[in-house]
Write a protein that binds this ligand. Structure first.
Ligand code: ADP
Length: 598
């Protein structure tokens, strides 16, 4: 449990403060000492709790009828680097605004909402009129903006996986590096990646005796998964650079020594953290620490708006925050702004059927890098290729990791039956799901998987699951009755037999079948497809240089990660987003650094 205090205190008033109560989780209480307070407007302290991402968030609030004096987060277990950022920043913002009604921290909406509810709950418990704090009383955005001019060798737009990797590599190669990141936290969509990183011919495969999952298989699977419209030269560079990328990650303290099969293939090249951590938050933290150690400057809450050019070459960016307008002069520019899976206008202009779909993407995935680069002549590729992920919890857009199926989970429909090879490619499974009754399915897993995979424990904690000690009981919890409930029990028995024999005679699944689903309790999550990855983006060459619409290099401009197109073709296979951002992030960082030095 962490404790953090933000105080805007008038010590005299606080001396008169009436105290104190500690709320039990989920409720709030207050007590006051009338003798010690101004009877006409007493200062009171009370606590309030609300459910956050990882359990209760509890705050202690000191206020009187018109003024918020302090907000202290006294209990939280939120995700480090996401929820914890909201716990640090929101109380300060609420005090500045004298209101609980402030903008959420993007990317940490659940924690932000919990903090706001907890403050309201504390105010109520203190016997104060909550509505007095519903409107911001102080304008925080009217201050004059200052103009800042900065200079560096390499400026990078976006501090997700690609941006942090590129920054670490460019700094390692001796460049001065600035990253601008429009969100209050680093990590972007990469922070949400739960699977692993595909890589072939690695030291970890060798240590495990895996000899049938090399570069050739990796290229074939990526091309097949992408329906052969991928850029083979980019895929080849990614696959050939993947082992070296794994070694580089190991050298910066981010080893990925566990190896499993990914969706759409029986080959084992999905590399994961040793302790079952989600790969995204694990790598983002290690990469951030590496950039910090190498002196990279990261400017948060700052949006790049324009690429500066000199004689046709990229020469820096313009960016803005609430407080500053920046001009950043740089010898080279790397765009690492991620995809556009949260830009519904752009997506529905490309594919109108996506207008009302759920997205797994963070709010910053709006395609800014693509739009900025297009405005200086950059070309794009495969923009209409937008991936639906088959296992998305629709209420919150939370992705249920493909790793569950890699570890043996199956999908069943409303009739209690399997309906496809559960570990086929994401587009194939999503399409099959949309054909089922109600266009949804359940993902079924057991305690063995929960014990081995940290993200499962999060799904349970966040209330996504139903569970039971028997298959009959689980059917009832899922709302299956009559024939559907009977089918479900038969489905589970049939699946366990298929695992025992190693043959899935129903759908021909051949991977994620090392263990059956017989370790009670059993779990189900209701899921359906959601927007996940935008395969298209800026056209780059194998040196991560951005090409213009005629296919000519735009000097000084590099791009890596989801903002680029061509690597994944018509469908990305699980584990390739991380490989893409590490391999091409390093290439972009290295080449931008060399260009800056030339
Ligand atoms: P990738 O996997 O390619 O690194 P991510 O989604 O992980 O993609 O990271 C992209 C990052 O770029 C996100 O943190 C996002 O907020 C940031 N970003 C997007 N547009 C801008 C912009 N205009 N200015 C600054 N940062 C941006």
């Amino acid at each position: 449990m962490k404790k953090r205090t933000v105080q805007r205190l008038c010590s005299m008033l606080l001396a008169a403060a009436i105290t104190l109560s500690l709320a039990a989780c989920g409720s709030s209480t207050a007590s006051s000492d009338p003798a010690a307070s101004n009877p006409s407007n007493p200062v009171v302290t009370a606590t309030g709790s609300a459910k956050g991402m990882e359990g209760n968030v509890t705050v202690e609030v000191t206020a009187d009828r018109s003024t918020l004096y302090s907000i202290t987060v006294i209990e939280q277990n939120e995700t480090v680097g996401i929820g914890t950022v909201a716990c640090e920043q929101l109380p300060e913002a609420m005090l500045a605004a004298q209101s609980y009604n402030v903008d959420s921290i993007s990317g940490a909406t659940v924690t932000s909402n919990a903090l706001k509810s907890a403050v309201q709950s504390a105010l109520e418990a203190a016997g104060l009129d909550v509505s007095a704090f519903a409107q911001a009383k102080t304008a925080t955005d009217t201050a004059e903006k200052s103009t800042e001019t900065l200079t560096c060798d390499v400026v990078i737009v976006g501090a997700g996986g690609a941006g942090l990797t590129a920054a670490a590599q460019a700094a390692e190669n001796g460049s001065s590096v600035i990253i601008v990141e429009k969100m209050p936290i680093v990590g972007g969509n990469s922070l949400k990646a739960t699977g692993g990183m595909n890589a072939a011919d690695t030291q970890y495969q060798a240590a495990l005796g895996i000899t049938d999952s090399g570069v050739a298989e990796f290229i074939d699977d990526t091309m097949n998964g992408g329906h052969q419209i991928n850029d083979l030269s980019l895929v080849t560079v990614m696959a050939e650079g993947s082992s070296d990328a794994i070694d580089w990650l190991t050298s910066i303290g981010a080893p990925l020594p566990k190896v499993a099969a990914t969706g759409g293939t029986s080959h084992k090249y999905l590399h994961e953290p040793e302790d079952g951590s989600a790969v995204g938050s694990y790598l983002v933290e290690k990469l951030r620490a590496q950039t910090e150690a190498l002196g990279v400057q990261i400017i948060l809450n700052t949006t790049a708006t324009e690429i500066l050019t000199e004689n046709g070459a990229a020469a820096g960016i313009k960016a803005e925050s609430n407080a500053h307008d920046y001009t950043i002069h740089a010898k080279s520019v790397i765009l690492a702004t991620g995809g556009f899976g949260a830009n519904f206008d752009l997506m529905s202009s490309l594919n109108p059927s996506l207008a009302n779909a759920v997205t797994t993407n963070h709010a910053g995935a709006t395609g800014d890098g693509i739009l900025m680069a297009e405005s200086i002549g950059a070309g794009t590729v495969d923009m209409e290729q937008i991936q639906l992920h088959p296992t998305v919890y629709q209420e919150t857009g939370m992705l249920v990791s493909e790793s569950l199926r890699s570890m043996g989970a199956i999908l069943v429909n409303a009739e209690g039956r399997r309906f496809c090879n559960d570990l086929s490619t994401r587009d194939a499974v999503s399409a099959a799901e949309l054909e089922q009754t109600g266009s949804y399915a359940y993902i079924i897993f057991d305690q063995r998987i929960v014990d081995d995979l940290k993200s499962c424990q999060k799904y349970i904690k966040n209330g996504l699951t139903v569970q039971s000690d028997s298959y009959e009981g689980l059917a009832a919890e899922m709302g299956l009755t009559g024939e559907a409930a009977k089918n479900f029990v038969q489905t589970m028995d049939r699946w366990n037999n298929a695992v025992a024999s190693g043959v899935d005679d129903e759908f021909g699944r051949s991977n994620g079948m090392d263990d059956d689903l017989s370790t009670a309790p059993y779990y189900a999550i209701k899921i359906a497809p959601g927007i996940h990855h935008t395969m298209g983006g800026l056209k780059i060459n194998t040196e991560a240089e951005v090409l213009d619409t005629a296919g000519t290099v735009i000097p000084g401009l590099y791009a890596a990660g989801e903002t680029t197109g061509g690597v994944h073709g018509g469908n990305r296979i699980g584990g390739n987003a991380v490989c893409d951002f590490v391999v091409f992030g390093r290439i972009a960082g290295s080449n931008a650094s060399a260009y800056a030095a030339s």
